[in-house]
Each structure stands twice: as C-alpha cells, then as structure tokens.
Ligand binder design. Sequence first.
Ligand code: MGP
Length: 375
Amino acid sequence: MVPVTSTDKTQEPLLCEDLQPHVAVLRAKRHSALGTELKGQHAVCRISSTDLIPARRAKKNEDESSADVDEKYWKRRYNFFSRFDDGISMDEGAWFEVTPETIARHIADRMSGCRRICDATAGIGGNAIQFALTPRTSVICVDIDAERLEKCKHNASVYGVGDVIETRHGDFCQLEPCRVDAVFISPPWGGPAHLDSPHFSLKDVQCCDIEAMFATACTWSRHIVLYLPRHTDLYELAVLAARFGFYSFEVEKIYFAFPTRHLKLIVVYFGTMFANGSSFPNTRRLQFTPSPLSDFASPLPLAGPLYRSIYAGGILQRYLLRVVPGIERIRREEISAVAKFVKVPEERVKEFGVANVVQLLNRMSKEKVAFYIRR
Ligand code: MGP
C-alpha cells in the first residue's frame, strides 16, 4: 500500500492507481491549476474499490459489424447497452463516452437513496436510464446538445423508462436551479486522447468548465457525483471539496475484472449521504449468466422486472446487514486518520467532530489546530 503523505511536501499529482482502500487527510497542492489563491486546503478522502464484470450477451449476430465504428468499441456494444439490439441510438462521441451498463447500474445502486436525480451531462442516456430504472426515482436529464437529448429519450424508452425522465436542453451552468437529491456529472474528458497525459487535471477539459459545473451543482443539491478518468489528480479533488464546503469525499476505483483486473475509471462521491456509508460492500460483484430468458428478463441484473426484483432483494439484505457497521467503521477510520494527521488523541477528534477539525485546518496551521483541540 502506498501511503498518502497528506502533507504539502510533494507537488506531484496524487493518482489513485496504487492506493488501497483507506481513509486519509489530503492537503491540496499549492499553486494548483485550480486557482492561484489556493493555500492548500484539507479534505478527508476515502478510497474504495469495486470490481465489476463487464456485461456480455449471447452473441446474436456474428456477422454484425459497423463500418463507421472503431472495432474496439463495436465489440463492446452490449457492454454499453445490454439492449443494444433493441434499437439503441448512438452517436460518434457516445462510443467512447457512454458509461458501460454495469458501471451505470452500480452508480445508480449507490445513489438509490435519491428520489430525484439530475444527470447534468446526460448525453445519450447511459447513466440516466439506470437512474430511471431505480424504483420511485425520477431523473432530470440536461445536455447542451438537443440531438443527444432526443437520443437519450429514445434510448430510455427502449428500456421502458422514457416517461420517468424529463429532458432540459441547455448549458447546465445557465439553467434555473431546481431542488434534486443528487447531481451526477460525467463531463467530457477530451476523448480517447485524455490518456496521453500522465495525469488528468480538471482544467484539462476545455469544452466545459468542470469546476463551474460543480459550483452550479452545489446550488441544486449537496450530493454530487463525478465520473472521472482513472488518472485524475486527487489533490485537485481535495481543493474542490474544501472550496465548496465538503469536508470529506469518496474516490471509488472501478475495476473491470475481465479479461484481467484493470482500473477503468473513478467515481467521486461528495455529500453526507455517501460519506455516511451508503456504499455497498466493496466486494460486491455483478455476475452475468446468459439466460434463455434474456429477451424477457434482461441478461443483466438491470432492466428486466423479474431479474431486477430478485436482484434488488439480494442487495437490500446485504445493504441492511452492512450499512450500520459500515457507517461506524468509516467514522472510526476518519477519526483515526484526522487524529494521526493533526497528532492529537482520537478521543479529542471524536469530541470535536471530524468536520470541525477539517474546517479549522482550512483556516489555521496544523500546530495551531492541535493546540486548540488539546486545550
Ligand atoms: P475507454 O476509452 O474504454 O478506456 O474508457 P480504455 O483504456 O479503452 O479501457 P480499457 O478497458 O481498454 O483499458 C473507459 C470508459 O471511460 C468509457 O467506457 C467511458 O464510459 C469513459 N470515458 C472515456 N472517455 C474518453 C470519456 C469522456 O471523454 N467523457 C466521459 N464522460 N467518459 C469517458
């Protein structure tokens, strides 16, 4: 395990690739690209990891191919949408941007406590569909591209949830805020070329300002989820968290377990609903077994009503069994990480409250905070 230094000694980007699940205090880089006024903000960061098995579906038509689509993406079409053959509508960017269905399902599960979700970058609907499939959840889909929103609506109806989503055309940052339980943002990363640079900065994206989108999202909800490249600089996330008043956030590393285990991307959760252990056990795996019923019940534990209700039952049990000890464990880990960082007894941090200690850290030096807490 690579320890997080949690100090301002290093100016190197902090990437999550080698970080094992743990809780740490992150101090953002000075002179970060996110703002020159930055003096090194603190935030508590929880690293978690989840293994997913990409969706596959019994091959329907071996000879099927598309001349316009990169073979790599075409082969993954059922990973993107298990109901691809039922009339899913893609566009050029969607082939490399859309969230694979198992990942979208997983995120929707983690956000299943939210009744009203805004997908601020809905695109052709990869995430929105899975949010909409969560019982009693409605989705507001925003996109700057009207054609994409049309496709989103169409694709949602392929999954039978066209009427659960409401589309709003326009720039998310310019829209009238609306109260929702959570905002999901999957911004453009700069296409496949985003992997050309050794680390991804939130400022690397020119065509939309991720920080501005985050700021807008804060006016819609205090629960925000970001979908980002695997080599995102975590220090920048710490700045973002601290700047917008989140004392903690979670970075979930999403691995695909096939053909070999590899890190696909990260999902970053901000807000108390996620920080308080709403997460599912990080050992959960989505299994896929091709089924003769697959045309009736989706081959994934996703869309088919039958399959979905069985699946949801299992999740609920595991969720209830794990959630209470999970919250306790995360709280203990946070207290211990903060106490270690400030060098004060855990009892004092517990009495003071982790959020309060982090707020103090953002206003005064570590030594002063320690002195203040010890008094
Ligand atoms: P990928 O291009 O499939 O990665 O991206 P790679 O390296 O080919 O994966 P590997 O398994 O072969 O190593 C993985 C996922 O990231 C895609 O399925 C998208 O969901 C997401 N993604 C990729 N890009 C370039 C973008 C983007 O620009 N914006 C958003 N929002 N998501 C993207």
